[in-house]
Ligand binder design. Structure first.
Ligand SMILES: Nc1ncnc2c1ncn2[C@@H]1O[C@H](COP(=O)(O)OP(=O)(O)OP(=O)(O)O)[C@@H](O)[C@H]1O
Length: 494
């Protein structure tokens, strides 16, 4: 009796502190005191259920009438903007549930160094609350697995208030943060199945660093500058001409086709969307083209891998003129033709198709309108070789020059010796004279020069031996492939 009296005193006290909750306390009291009969337990269960429902109801009420929210599409670049900002905020580091990744988008320090393999934490699978400009926000991110194994994310940003402009302010801040991050970089998008995903932004590559014939370079750049002129869009629309421009860049491997595409995207401050034709299906190609933004460069690599049955739109091993096709891709020619000049194609789009085998392309693909200009990237001539030499050994904008510690060094005292510009010019000429024209690609020459980047004199001295080495290696490779071919013939030959 004494304990019951004490209990009711305490319940009265609790009721005083939390008015209206006396029935709840009196139901729970026996449980805390070990006097838990069946009715008490039932009461508790019921209370928990009602409590849960009430909390859910209150949450829904709060969300419906007192919060503003924005759903952020995982497929959109704004997702990258938000996540980049979130990762830089203190609340991201204290989230109880988070995703950890090696930070591949780490900014490089001013001196060019990077802190290797830093970890990046971002809240995931739950809510995170944070304050921004005296407003309380909630960041919700949930990951789930899609039927075909790919990951899907749902991201929502909400704010406890009814003014949606506060949310937009925060997103503008994320955008500013992101724009600072991609300054002087080219945003490159690659495809994951039928979705675009941004990859690490690449430092803008100056067009002068891609050594091709100056006339070819100038022709393309002038043409593109004219096309992208703000007045041009109107000019095209007044004449009902689709506002698009297409280039076909062909040449042997390693002649700079991809590098040039990246550099012109950077030069005109356009994003680059890269499609590797051999790895695509018709469905994915259509979906990806549908999602291209206005004013961008879309790079279609290895278009010779496209299937060539134009009439049925199915992939076969034969070209439209009946010739056997070297290799058939999963993308049919009809689909590629359709997406290139379909009605829904994005305005202001610049497409660059690259191929190592122009002779395998169907005429329909390279007709004007789809490929307005054809550009051939050639193997190196004397001029290109000496340009590559000067490009490697001249001092860059940072003032960093090559050092020459070779035995032939002018000082001869073992000290590092910087080659003078006029001497460098002479060395470039000697170097170019030693290499036969149109035998090596710029990539071949670059790889040799990079090995000798500390010493232009050693490069000049060793280039003869390198040529012999490459020729022998090519001979060996061609013998191996012809043996493989004859083995295949034997198998096919009954
Ligand atoms: N003309 C060039 N000027 C400067 N560097 C070049 C040039 N061509 C190739 N390189 C260098 O060689 C490498 C490969 O070049 P790139 O990928 O642009 O060639 P590609 O023609 O696209 O080759 P592929 O046909 O095999 O895709 C790059 O690192 C690039 O810097």
């Amino acid at each position: 009796m004494a304990s019951l009296g004490k209990a009711s005193e305490q319940i009265v006290l609790l009721d005083f502190l939390y008015p209206g909750l006396a029935p709840v306390f009196s139901s729970l009291w026996p449980l805390f005191n070990g006097v838990s009969g069946i009715y008490t337990r039932l009461n508790c269960g019921l209370l928990i259920l009602v409590g849960r429902y009430a909390v859910g109801y209150l949450e829904a009420l709060l969300e419906a009438y007192f919060t503003s929210k924005i759903d952020v599409s995982y497929r959109d670049e704004v997702y990258d903007m938000l996540i980049l900002w979130v990762c830089s905020q203190p609340f991201a580091h204290s989230a109880r549930a988070s995703v950890v990744e090696v930070d591949v988008k780490l900014p490089t320090h001013a001196n060019g160094s990077v802190d290797k393999k830093q970890l990046r934490y971002s809240p995931c699978n739950g809510h995170s609350y944070f304050w921004y400009r005296r407003n309380l926000f909630r960041f919700t991110r949930n990951r789930s697995q899609e039927p075909f194994g790919s990951m899907r994310e749902e991201v929502t940003l909400s704010y406890f208030g009814r003014n949606p402009s506060v949310l937009r302010e925060l997103l503008s801040e994320c955008r500013r943060h992101y724009m600072g991050f991609i300054e002087n970089k080219t945003c490159v998008f690659e495809h994951v199945d039928d979705r675009w995903k941004s990859s690490i932004p690449k430092s803008k590559r100056d067009v002068t660093t891609v050594v091709i014939g100056e006339d070819v370079k100038k022709e393309v750049i002038d043409d593109l500058a004219e096309f992208l002129d703000p007045q041009m869009k109107l000019w095209y629309s007044e004449r009902s001409i689709p506002y698009r421009r297409g280039y076909l860049v062909h040449g042997l491997p390693g002649t700079g086709k991809s590098s040039f595409s990246l550099s012109i995207a950077g030069q005109f401050d356009l994003d680059l969307y890269v499609l590797s034709i051999p790895s695509l299906s018709d469905r994915a190609l259509k979906a990806l083209f549908d999602e291209l933004p206005q004013r961008c460069v879309v790079l279609l690599e290895d278009v010779d891998a496209v299937g060539l049955d134009r009439s049925q739109g199915v992939v076969t091993d034969a070209s439209s003129d009946g010739r056997p096709k070297r290799s058939a891709g999963k993308v049919s020619l009809s689909t590629l033709l359709n997406v290139l000049d379909g009605i829904s194609s994005s305005e202001g789009r610049v497409s660059i198709m690259t191929t190592n085998h122009i002779e395998h392309l169907d005429r329909a693909l390279i007709r004007p309108g789809r490929a307005d200009k054809r550009v051939e990237f050639k193997l190196t001539d004397k001029d290109m070789i000496s340009q590559l030499f000067l490009f490697i050994y001249s001092s860059g904008p940072s003032g960093l020059t090559q050092r020459d510690g070779s035995e032939n060094s002018a000082s001869g005292d073992g000290k590092v010796n910087v080659t003078q510009d006029d001497e460098l010019g002479q060395l470039a000429e000697v170097f170019a004279a030693k290499i036969p024209e149109f035998e090596f690609s710029p990539a071949d020459i670059m790889s040799f020069l990079l090995v000798n980047k500390q010493s232009p004199r050693r490069a000049v001295a060793d280039v003869g031996a390198w040529i012999e080495e490459i020729r022998e290696e090519r001979m060996r490779l061609s013998r191996t492939s012809s043996w493989e071919l004859s083995d295949e013939d034997k198998v096919n030959d009954p």
